[in-house]
Design a protein around this ligand. Structure first.
Ligand code: PGA
Length: 227
C-alpha cells in the first residue's frame, strides 16, 4: 500500500509546483483560496520563495471569494495579505478580489484567464463559496452562505452571529475556465463529500462534483482517497 502523504508534505509539494509554474510562466494568473486548508501551503510558498528568490513581479493573483460586510481583519483579502502578499512584498496592483471589481469574469478574461486555481472543499461540497444546490452555469455572483458553512467558519469570528450571511464568489464556470485546478482536501471530515464529488453523479447538490468535468484536475488528500 502506498504510504500516505501528510498535509504538510502535500503543501510543500504544491508550493514547489506553483514555484515551478511561475518559473516557467512568470506572468501566471493564479486563483487563490483561503481558510484552514491552504495555511501550510502559504507558509511554504513564503519560505521557499525567499530561499529560491522567486520573482513574482509578473504574476497576478485572484481571490476566489469574499465575505460581504465583514470587518477588515476577517476578510479573505486580509487573510491573503497576511499570509502571502505582505510577507513576499507582492505588488498590490497584481492582487485582485471579487468584491472590488464590477465584472470579475470579464476582468479575469482580459488578463488572459486563470492558469491555475487552488481549491479547498467545504463539508457540504462547496468550492469557493458556491453553496449547494448550485447550477453549473454560474459566474462570479453573490450568494447566501449555508448554515453549515457559517457554523464551520464561526471560530474565525467572535460568535456565530458575527459570521457574515452573504458573500461574493467566483462561479462554477469561472473555476472550470481555469486551465489547471488543484483540489486540496485535508482531514477525514472531508472524505465522504470528496468521494461523492469525484465518484458520484455530477449534480447541483454537490458543487465540487462539477470538477469531474475539468480536463486538468489534480486532487490531493491526507486520508488516502484514491482516484
Ligand atoms: P477550510 O474550508 O479550508 O477552512 O476547511 C474549505 C472551504 O470551505 O472551501
Amino acid at each position: 500500500m502506498a504510504s500516505l502523504l501528510t498535509k504538510d508534505k502535500i503543501s510543500h509539494k504544491i508550493a514547489l509546483d506553483i514555484l515551478e509554474l511561475v518559473a516557467q510562466s512568470p506572468d501566471a494568473k493564479i486563483g487563490l483560496p483561503t481558510g484552514r486548508t491552504p495555511e501550510a501551503l502559504y507558509k511554504y510558498l513564503v519560505s521557499l520563495s525567499r530561499e529560491k528568490k522567486v520573482d513574482w513581479t509578473k504574476a497576478k493573483f485572484f481571490g476566489l471569494d469574499e465575505y460581504i460586510n465583514a470587518p477588515n481583519a476577517k476578510t479573505f483579502k486580509f487573510y491573503l495579505e497576511k499570509n502571502f502578499y505582505q510577507p513576499l512584498k507582492i505588488d498590490r496592483n497584481s492582487c485582485f478580489n471579487p468584491i472590488d471589481i464590477e465584472d470579475y469574469d470579464a476582468f479575469i478574461k482580459a488578463q488572459g484567464g486563470l492558469d491555475l486555481t487552488i481549491l479547498g472543499i467545504g463539508q457540504n461540497g462547496h468550492i469557493a463559496f458556491n453553496e449547494p444546490p448550485c447550477v453549473k452555469h454560474t459566474w462570479t455572483h453573490c450568494i447566501e452562505l449555508a448554515a453549515s458553512t457559517r457554523e464551520a467558519n464561526k471560530n474565525f469570528f467572535e460568535s456565530l452571529g458575527k459570521v457574515p450571511e452573504r458573500a461574493v464568489t467566483m462561479g462554477i464556470e469561472t473555476l472550470l475556465s481555469s486551465k489547471k485546478i488543484i483540489l486540496l482536501a485535508f482531514g477525514e471530515k472531508k472524505h465522504e463529500i470528496l468521494k461523492d464529488a469525484l465518484d458520484g453523479k455530477v449534480r447541483a447538490e454537490n458543487p465540487a462534483s462539477y470538477l469531474q468535468l475539468h480536463k486538468n484536475l489534480s486532487v490531493f488528500t491526507d486520508f488516502g482517497y484514491e482516484t
